[in-house]
Ligand binder design. Structure first.
Ligand code: MLT
Length: 201
């Protein structure tokens, strides 16, 4: 019995990297499956539901309010998610996945990169912010990371996303950070850029 409610869609093409889909606040394990099919056709898709409830809305860690995180919970939940990834890899015979996270899902993916880098082969972080003010000095050498921010995102301040990009880069990740002319929601450009980034991995 795996430790998160989840969906698994087996790969239909060999050699494509498995994708770990991480939804935003109020989402669930079904939400990002269509996105996964668009950005990574043929890849295995693994999509857990966040275990923390905020007014009935699933998410991946607790926050005190918008943009202010319970960092002790961020750490605990990032380890829990990394443990789930390891279990799921064994059950479904998967290589280390590329995380594709949106909003709260992007933030937990960033925390997993910093706390358990071996859990992920890389990550596309859509509308991410800094999850931990004082992260451990992880070695992210060679891990590809795509960060897509919205220039008019009311939730993620521009300098916060830049700080995340530079934190990950400083610890060795190969970071591509693009700021799109949009808000917090995803656009067709996000889909196209994420697909192109996955295609060249
Ligand atoms: C978070 O709580 O992770 C961020 O505020 C993004 C969100 O889920 O709204």
């Amino acid at each position: 019995e795996l430790s998160f409610i989840h969906r698994i869609k087996p790969a239909t093409e060999p050699g494509k990297p498995p994708i770990l889909l991480l939804h935003g606040t109020g989402g669930n394990e079904d939400d990002l499956l269509p996105l996964g099919g668009m950005i990574a056709p043929g890849s295995a898709l693994l999509s857990p539901r966040g275990k923390v409830l905020e007014g009935g809305m699933p998410r991946f860690f607790r926050r005190l309010r918008e943009g202010i995180f319970d960092e002790e919970d961020v750490r605990r939940r990032a380890h829990e998610l990394a443990d789930f990834i390891a279990q799921a890899r064994e059950s479904y015979n998967l290589a280390a996945p590329i995380a594709v996270g949106f909003s709260n899902g992007a933030n937990i993916a960033a925390a997993v990169l910093q706390l358990r880098p071996e859990a992920l082969a890389g990550a596309a972080l859509l509308r991410a912010m800094v999850p931990l003010q004082d992260p451990p000095a992880a070695d992210l050498s060679g891990k590809p990371v795509l960060i897509l921010s919205g220039a008019s995102d009311p939730i993620v301040p521009a300098d916060n996303a830049r700080r995340l990009a530079s934190l990950l880069q400083t610890t060795g990740a190969t970071v591509e950070h693009r700021v799109l002319p949009t808000g917090h929601g995803l656009s067709q450009t996000d889909v196209a850029l994420t697909k192109a980034w996955i295609d060249q991995l």
